[in-house]
Write a new protein. Sequence first.
Length: 363
Amino acid sequence: MTTTRREVMAGAVAATGLAAMGEPLFARAAADRLIAGTYAQEGGKGLYPIVDGHVAQPVTGIVNASYGVAGGPNGSVYLLREQAEGRVTSYGPDWTARGGVSTGGADPCHVAIDRASACLAVANYSSGSVAFYRLDRRTGAPGEPQLFQHRGTGPNAERQAGPHAHWVGFSPDRRWLHSVDLGADAIFAYRFDPVTRTLTDQRIAWQAPAGVGPRHMVRHPTLPRAYVVCELQTRFFMLEALPDGRFRTVGERALLPEGATGPSFAAHIAIDRAGRTLYVSNRGANTITVFALDARGEPRVVQHVPTGGNWPRFFLLREGRGEMLVANERSGTVNTFQIGRDGRLTAIGRRLTIPGVVFLAEV
């Protein structure tokens, strides 16, 4: 991630000297392993393993790991290096690099995998492009990328002077790869062939209202619905997924309570496995907004929960453990919440200190 972008989004970084509180965060099960990616400019020293609720010494050399995905061939984990000359690297269980290549663009910030075909896709934020890889089926190492350039601008001169790809994801039917672009106010679609392992036929799948800055998308687990959260305006859109890879707007919702003041920028969106609850993190407001979903996928806000930290860039749903972990980037804390049977969140007063934390994953 470039300094300019961080200054635009984050401003001055808060102090990160907070202490861990209470008993170990994940003391209920043995061999519980997670990783936390961090930003170097905000105090992160690398990739932090978290083992049984304790933060281990960081793995040096894995810096600015803004996002990652596990489950590649031979147990590979793929981590992005968010910098002007972006890279994606495959790692083994001992964090030995198995192969790293350029993303063909600047500031990669999201990655997706189609495990059955061993294909990987990366969103390059600053250059507004998508990199597509065939993975080595034996080692998991990525090959050279095939690049796809987005086009488009928006009315926000500071944030939308050009395209900014911010999310990628393969469709459940494995026919499409979609990329959400904040700068172009659009979702792009590519025809994906899992047999030939190719992407073709770039098209606009959805055009957002001008200036909303779509950031991340999540799909309903059982319905032809998708939900797109926006960064430049505090709202999200409900979309109907069409067979030809396009989306149709079916509604929108506000993310903050009526009368809320001060700037806020949505970051992450996720849905539970049953399709009953939707969650969105709000940086600035420093909350998680919780929506109950009815049988048609229609959302109704049920909670605005303080995250217990500053700038919640990411959160990890751990439904098997009945908990959510929230990565508060500026305060450098990971706070835990209990997930109730109705999907509502309850803070339980436990946190870990990880400077500049921006990403969490189970490995």
